[in-house]
Design a protein around this ligand. Structure first.
Ligand code: 13P
Length: 251
């Protein structure tokens, strides 16, 4: 069975000092959780987060990576560098990186392969814009992003990745896809994974929903059969809110 996985994407928020404060607040609130929890802070906070989380089961991840091992690539960070400090995850292909920093399905593919070589779990983001949703091409857009982003992976490799379905119109807008709509698209994404890698690997791949996830809507989302977790932006910045999301199953 797929273990639920809730991860926070801090985007470009928090200094190392603020990271320390956050972990001091969060850890006592989620002591009894039995789900997988990840936090992806900015690069500059990674070591602080890893140190703060080391007595807990929280895994720390980056928000981006470059696919080369090392070299003259000013400003970039490699998978082996992330691995060397204890990073467990890395977000790849977030819509903000696609929109502002030229990320494409081709670069997503290179990053996914490089991360897998270094035992880092890629969290691969896919999702349609509002315009694409209105044109009725949501499934086509997600299928292309999945097929091209994961091209060339073996079924064994594919099983190790996590997909985050994040409709762009729901990110930071307060508009969540209804749990039923999210389920429908995520179920479709699972069928594309089955087409690419076979039914058994597709049943093992965890698919998160992302886009205005809050303490008030997490329970309904997690109740859907194909939704295995969430990638949380804004609400992951406040320890109390993030804890409430992680504890969605508790009273
Ligand atoms: P919000 O939760 O702030 O809508 O952001 C979602 C997101 O982009 C997570 O990667």
């Amino acid at each position: 069975m797929r273990k639920p996985f809730i991860a926070g994407n801090w985007k470009m928020y928090k200094t190392p000092a603020e990271t320390k404060v956050f972990f001091k607040q969060l850890l006592p609130l989620i002591e009894k959780t039995d789900i997988e929890v990840g936090i992806c802070p900015p690069f500059i906070d990674l070591e602080t987060a890893i140190n703060m989380a080391k007595e807990s089961s929280i895994g720390i991840g980056a928000q981006d990576v470059y696919w080369e091992e090392e070299g003259a690539f000013t400003g970039e960070v490699s998978p082996s560098m992330l691995f060397s400090i204890g990073c467990r995850y890395c977000i790849v292909g977030h819509s903000e990186r696609r929109q502002y920093f030229g990320e494409t399905d081709e670069t997503v593919n290179k990053k996914v392969k490089a991360l897998l070589k270094h035992q880092i779990t890629p969290i691969v983001c896919v999702g349609e814009s509002l315009e694409q949703r209105e044109q009725g091409v949501t499934e086509k857009v997600c299928a292309t992003q999945i097929k091209q982003g994961l091209q060339g992976l073996t079924p064994q490799e594919a099983e190790k990745i996590v997909i985050a379905y994040e409709p762009i119109w729901a990110i930071g807008t307060g508009k969540t896809a209804s749990a039923e709509d999210a389920q429908e698209t995520i179920k479709y994404i699972r069928s594309v994974l089955a087409e690419c890698f076979g039914e058994s690997p597709a049943q093992k791949i965890r698919i998160q929903y992302g886009g205005s996830v809050k303490p008030g809507n997490i329970k309904e989302l997690m109740a859907q059969p194909d939704i295995d977790g969430a990638l949380v932006g804004g609400a992951s910045l406040k320890a109390e809110d993030f804890a409430a999301i992680i504890n969605y199953n508790k009273k």
